[in-house]
Design a binder for this molecule. Sequence first.
Ligand code: HEM
Length: 135
Amino acid sequence: MLAPALGIVRLSLHVTAAAVWVGGQIVLAGLVPTLRKGADAQLVRAAAQRFARLAWPAFVVLIATGLWNIAAVHPSRQTTAWRVVFGVKMAVVVLAGVATARHQAAKSRAGLAVWGALSGTAALAALVLGVAIAG
Ligand code: HEM
């Protein structure tokens, strides 16, 4: 059965923004060793700043389309298990946002590593839990 047209728009926007937010972090992490080898020591920072200018708008789209998702799926009509998984997803979304902001503001290598790892893990967890509640 095909999804209704508006549902296709809603989920396509949500999934595209998730691809930018989550996939972008994975790709950037994969590029860092190569960028570090370059002659310009500022290259990693410049690439990360450029990515942030794509990633934060994607996060805003995730929240906006996430609210649209809630309106479309009516949590009150879902099972208790669905609501629990959704609640956990909201917690990891908040964690992803906070960890990413802290990662961006970190000055030490340890701070960058810890907040970066937390940011990537929380983002991936939000994606997996999203797939779980979409059924
Ligand atoms: C880091 C942030 C987020 C990521 C990576 C993410 C990712 C995803 C993914 C991959 C899906 C599955 C889509 C599909 O398989 O068709 C999904 C579904 C869903 N998301 Fe998110 N999401 C995020 C934030 C949010 C937020 C902030 C909300 C609510 C305010 C939300 C609410 C939902 C709902 C209700 C569904 C189920 C939609 C349906 O069944 O039609 N998401 N999410």
